[in-house]
Design a protein around this ligand. Structure first.
Ligand code: PCA
Length: 172
């Protein structure tokens, strides 16, 4: 009986659960990990550019120059990024890819929509406020709070701290 209901829901009415995630670092367009949002890993639809309602420290840390949004609202700057609608497959892929929950924790963040091109139920109006997932971290080293903060991450920015991707990393 239970199996029957499961069959009806999954096969007859395939329900695609979508979640929204805000990317602010290497997953953004033009940044070194953008290709991870490729169809091979699940579904990801760009909805809009947005910035955080609260200020957060977005810092670049570790010897690999990894961007981290520290979960310390009120410090740092309003952070710019992109909102994507992702399916469960992509969400799970990103959790693994981002080392969640060890390296990043998937938390929620309030955003102000800037502009976008989502359609139908995915239309996000400029100026509207939405809450999405974000890979932030609460497990940072205290000295990271002293680092310079950025409002719009660019791996090749003036900071000179270009992201070192997995392949370029030396063995620990
Ligand atoms: N990847 C995720 C978290 C930081 C990073 O480099 C992102 O772009 O949002």
């Amino acid at each position: 009986m239970l199996l029957g209901i499961h069959y009806i829901i999954c096969v007859v009415f395939p329900v695609v659960l979508m979640s929204r995630v805000f990317v602010y670092g290497t997953l953004k367009k033009g940044q070194p990990n953008f290709m991870m949002l490729d169809a091979a890993n699940g579904r990801a639809e760009f909805l809009a550019r947005a910035r955080t309602v609260d200020r957060y420290p977005l810092v670049i840390a570790t010897k690999y120059n990894i961007p981290f949004l520290l979960n310390v609202p009120g410090k740092g700057q309003r952070v710019h990024g992109e909102i994507y609608s992702v399916d469960q497959q992509m969400m799970h892929f990103l959790d693994r890819f981002e080392g969640c929950p060890e390296m990043y924790q998937r938390t929620t963040v309030q955003l102000e929509v800037q502009d976008g091109d989502g359609e139908g139920e995915n239309t996000l109006k400029p100026g509207s406020l939405v809450e999405t997932f974000v890979y932030s971290t609460t497990t940072y080293q205290p000295e990271w709070l002293q680092k310079p903060t950025y409002e719009n991450y660019d791996s090749k920015g003036d900071h000179g701290l270009e992201f070192v991707s997995g392949e370029g990393r030396s063995p620990e």
